[in-house]
Design a protein around this ligand. Structure first.
Ligand code: BDP
Length: 590
């Protein structure tokens, strides 16, 4: 659960400047937390470092905390973290975008200082999510390569917290909501650290109690409920109290929204109404901070999404900071929540380098250990985000090699796991161009067809007429084979701001606009279409490569969030839609 300050819990934020070291011998550098460390220093040895780095600071435990349990929480250590109190290792965690904690009660004392050291490792291998490969150069340097284009930013990119909880406390809360005419139903389950009586209350946005119950699980009913709707968020608070007689020993407040999500035929329903996704695949990426969470960019990005008429986004290609999810909850933005399983695809690499591809799913490449790591990533994502009303679908992988031998064996248990952990939300993956409706082996396991396609960019470059034919043929094939809702989870064209031409010239602002319009014409001719997420919201940093000039330039906004010409065209299309499907012939005129 997200650490919160409540009537029974106290919370100290440990963000700021920490000592920073590559070897734990020299500590003359300081690094900002939260931030990726890579771009902070003018030192390629740090930027290109492969392995552990170390963050350190003194922390004083507040003097009133004796008798409480004391927990240290790291919101994200990318991709592996170790927490030390003085010299004692108290927690270790693999997975760069989900939080972990250490109970440090036995190692610290109220009122006293301790030395907190956090080790962070950025290595990606065949058994990490996302995967990667480490090679050693002829002169002995270790180099990291990986199968995704965005830069492998690392470090403490989110907040670090110290908090207190009473010995008997709430450990987990699950909320599942339903709508029964004008009544909202709230199934809840509370787990406590030891058996104890539990009381729950639902408070509306004015703080008025609208439902209450005793017991660690049950169903609450909210008469005349105000549902959470896209573009019209409404949140209730579930106030959970653990009791000892009449005394409240722990209290925790979980915000939630009452809404339902379902797939019916080729429709995606929110609160029983068809929803049409407009928006983006995003990244957590800004200059200097890398993937460091930044509330100023958070507010500004959501402002820009509102301005352009985006009602949704996908957390491509990893779980985002919890602040982002809470903001989406409060502002009615719909989220497709993705694990960090990007790059389970050796066919792409083969295609790009000319090296004959290895099989993607095999004991030597991505086998059981990879799948175990992937399963763990799914568990941690759902555990963290299950109560967010904004999250309407889980995306368990981006562009896996779903047409290869072994793909079905790899994915079937992961889809089952996802459904077991959360039977309420649809599940999808984003399909790569090599996976066609004819050769893909897994789409039937999922609820929504999310298709990534770059016709007119990587294929039929500069020839939008051919691209339009290819795209329509491709999408119609998927729709016909599966009879499921279909959405475009990525489409985009690299664009240099300020570059113009009167012809269909790739990289110009006109071309990005024409490319998007071509895609929209096709989407609007397909009945099963439920949405469009442009790749990408903003330009973002990538690893070195001949396909990129200072990063991926498919942003509709630049990296510093200025609109390219296409932004205005998207706004003209999306604003009037407001979550409804475009009329069938809209694309013909634009
Ligand atoms: C897709 C990937 C995305 C890339 C994009 C691109 O899903 O992460 O950034 O291509 O090449 O294959 O721009």
């Amino acid at each position: 659960m997200k650490p919160r300050s409540t009537a029974t819990r106290e919370l100290v934020n440990l963000d700021g400047l920490w000592r920073f070291s590559l070897d734990r011998d020299r500590w003359d550098l300081e690094a900002a937390v939260p931030a990726s460390y890579n771009d902070l220093f003018v030192d390629s040895a740090i930027r290109d470092h492969v392995g552990w780095v170390w963050y350190q600071r003194q922390v004083r435990v507040p003097r009133g905390w004796s008798g409480e349990d004391i927990i240290l929480r790291v919101d994200a250590a990318t991709h592996q973290g170790r927490i030390y109190v003085d010299d004692v290792l108290v927690a270790e965690h693999v997975g760069g975008y989900t939080p972990f904690e250490a109970d440090i009660t036995a190692h610290v004392s109220a009122g006293q200082e301790f030395r907190l050291t956090i080790g962070v490792n950025n290595e990606l291998t065949n058994t990490t999510i996302p995967p990667g490969t480490i090679t050693v150069t002829q002169d002995g340097r270790r180099r990291q390569t990986y199968l995704h284009d965005f830069y492998n930013y690392a470090g403490l990119a989110r907040s670090v917290w110290l908090y207190s909880v009473p010995a008997v406390h709430v450990q987990d809360i699950t909320v599942v909501t339903g709508l029964d005419a004008s009544t909202g139903t709230v199934e809840y389950a509370v787990r406590t650290s030891a058996p104890a009586p539990v009381r729950v209350r639902v408070l509306d946005a004015t703080g008025t109690e609208v439902a209450a119950a005793d017991g660690a699980g049950g169903t609450l009913r909210i008469p005349d409920v105000t549902p959470w709707r896209p573009g019209a968020a409404y949140l209730y608070d579930l106030l959970v109290e653990v009791l000892d007689g009449d005394r409240v020993v722990d209290s925790y407040t979980e915000p939630f929204g009452v809404r339902t999500v379902a797939v019916r035929g080729t429709e995606f329903l929110i609160n029983g109404e068809p929803f049409y996704f407009t928006g983006f695949g995003k990244h957590e990426d800004t200059p200097v901070r890398g993937k460091g969470h930044d509330n100023a960019y958070l507010v500004h990005d959501f402002q820009l999404m509102d301005w352009i008429g985006a009602n949704s986004f996908r957390t491509s290609h990893y779980p985002y900071a919890e602040e982002v999810m809470e903001f989406a909850d409060r502002h009615g933005i719909v989220v497709i929540d993705e694990t960090a399983a990007v790059g389970l695809n050796l066919a792409v690499q083969g295609g790009l380098t000319g090296v004959p591809p290895q099989p993607t799913f095999s004991p030597e490449t991505f086998g059981e250990a990879t799948r175990d790591a992937h399963a763990q990533a799914i568990r941690e994502l759902i555990a963290r985000d299950k109560n967010h009303p904004s999250v309407v679908m889980w995306c368990i992988a981006n562009e896996p090699s779903s047409h290869e031998d072994g793909a079905r064996e790899y994915f079937e248990p992961l889809v089952e796991l996802t459904r077991k952990l959360d039977p309420t939300r649809p599940v999808c993956y984003a399909a790569v161009i090599f996976a066609t409706h004819e050769n893909d082996r897994i789409a039937d396991l999922f609820d929504v067809l999310c298709i990534n396609r770059y016709y007119g960019w990587y294929v039929a470059t500069g020839d939008l007429a051919t691209a339009e034919m290819y795209l329509e043929h491709d999408l119609r094939g998927w729709a016909a084979r599966h009879g499921k809702p279909i959405m475009m989870s990525e489409y985009g064209a690299d664009t240099m701001p300020g570059l113009h031409a009167v012809w269909d010239t790739p990289w110009t602002e006109e071309y990005q606009q024409a490319y998007l319009e071509m895609n929209h014409r096709v989407f609007d001719r397909i009945d099963a279409f439920i949405g469009e997420h442009v790749w990408n919201f903003a330009d973002f940093q990538t690893s070195h490569g001949i396909h990129r000039v200072d990063g991926n330039k498919k942003g509709v906004f630049t990296r510093d969030r200025r609109p390219k010409a296409a932004a205005h065209a998207l706004r003209a299309r999306w604003k009037p839609l407001a979550g409804r499907k475009p009329p069938r012939d809209l694309g013909r005129d634009t």
